[in-house]
Design a protein. Structure first.
Length: 433
């Protein structure tokens, strides 16, 4: 009898040994980081930031041509490996981590396919890269808004020209840019750290640059440091000071990256968060929260009031003109989704870049130079444009649904911090994961 049980135990041990082991999520994420960094050698926009282990960076120089098939196969294999991870005993944040990794890998695979020449429609691309499908609006939807704006603007004639002639009175003088932006960022930071326990060493460097297709950018450096760049190619209007301060800095990109590094990289040793592939679901949360964060830091009328009391005088503007200016800006803001429609038409091949610029002049009231810059942005970053407005609206809906309403500002800060500190995507915000 003893020998029978001994034999049975040996057979069971052998059976267990032969069973395929569940892959480790940590090992998958290391391969993911290495893959992203390799792909980044072939597209300068692909890797937005990396501050992980230096030994994970590619050791070999890039090949003469893109090894697309190899990259696509490696991404597909890692997606399969994610499906085999044993999630029993996973806490909710670990499930979010796994779900995000699967979607990040799908985006990586899709982006390489695009780099190799595969075409997707605007909507397909947005779904595969950013985990959401953007809404559709016929351009005629915005014509009524243009009529409302027409009746609010002084003068007669071409609406875009009238708007730009009016708005020209609120361009920050170049010799005032530094003081206005530093003051705006300082106020946004003060409000943020009154709610969040950020690391004492967190900081940023502010630079003004030219020759870019974007208006502002945050390059996260790791160790809680950011480089924030503001593009001065086009005139910068007064309302953009707090917008960019909040978006690029506090409680936007800088704070999101600081919290992810503090809570997930250092707190949990999840090294996949040391790399940021730009064309991925992470960007919808990053851009959407950065835009919504302005409202978190300056709720209700506080943004306008602060600009009236502090930034208008600092820039040399009459504070009494804020009322009319922001009434007009409120109407203009409702036109924002027209930019997505122009991008969709351009990227789907329905219009060319010249026609796109003209439509941006009409529906977003951009001056010709700014419209051309925005068209270049669309051509460079493609469906990424949805992350700003749709991302903001999805974040707003999520926070409101959980009780972060305008009359509960402390709750809004709390939910916002939770969102930007964890591995969320558009579908996980919607409860679909």
């Amino acid at each position: 009898m003893k020998s029978f049980f001994t034999l049975l135990a040996a057979v069971f041990l052998t059976f267990c040994t032969l069973q395929p082991k569940s892959p480790s999520l940590d090992s998958i994420t290391e391969y993911y980081v290495r893959l992203v960094l390799e792909i980044g050698q072939y597209d300068g926009d692909f890797v937005d930031a990396y501050y992980g282990p230096q030994e994970w960076k590619p050791q070999a120089a890039k090949l003469d041509s893109l090894p697309a098939k190899s990259f696509i196969n490696r991404a597909a294999d890692l997606i399969l490996q994610c499906g085999k991870v044993d999630t029993s005993g996973f806490e909710q944040i670990e499930k979010l981590r796994l779900s995000l990794m699967q979607k990040q890998l799908l985006a990586v695979k899709t982006k390489v396919e695009m780099m190799a020449g595969k075409s997707f429609t605007f909507d397909e691309e947005a779904q595969l890269l950013y985990d959401t499908r953007p809404p559709h609006f016929p351009l005629g939807h915005f014509d009524k808004l243009l009529m409302d704006l027409d009746s609010s603007l002084p003068g007669k004639g071409d609406l875009s020209k009238r708007f730009n002639a009016y708005a020209k009175n609120f361009i920050i003088p170049k010799d005032k840019l530094d003081i206005v932006f530093k003051t705006a960022i300082a106020e946004a930071r003060k409000r943020t750290i009154s709610h969040y326990n950020l690391p004492p060493e967190e900081n940023f460097v502010l630079e003004f640059v030219t020759g870019k297709s974007w208006s502002g950018y945050n390059y996260y450096q790791g160790k809680y440091q950011s480089l924030i760049q503001i593009n001065t190619d086009s005139p910068i209007f007064i309302e953009r000071a707090l917008d960019l301060a909040g978006h690029e800095g506090y409680p936007g990109h800088h704070v999101l990256n600081v919290l992810l590094e503090q809570n997930l990289v250092n707190g949990r040793d999840w090294k996949e968060f040391t790399v940021y592939p730009l064309f991925s679901p992470t960007s919808l949360i990053a851009e959407g929260s950065a835009n919504y964060g302005i409202r978190v830091a300056f709720p209700g009328e506080e943004k306008i009031q602060y600009e009236k009391d502090v930034l208008f005088p600092l820039a040399g503007f009459d504070p009494e003109k804020t009322g009319q200016y922001y009434a007009i800006q409120d109407i203009k803001a409702k036109l924002d989704y027209a930019g997505n429609e122009v991008a969709r038409k351009l990227l789907n091949g329905e219009i060319d870049s010249e026609r796109a610029a003209k439509l941006l002049e009409k529906y977003l009231l951009m001056a010709p130079g700014r419209a051309q810059q925005r068209t270049r942005f669309i051509e460079q970053y493609r469906s990424y444009v949805i992350n700003y407005n749709l991302g903001k609206d999805l974040v707003a809906a999520y926070i409101k649904r959980l009780g972060g309403t305008a009359d509960h500002p402390a709750k809004r800060w709390e939910i916002f911090e939770e969102l930007i500190s964890k591995p969320y995507t558009a579908s996980s915000m919607a409860g679909q994961d």
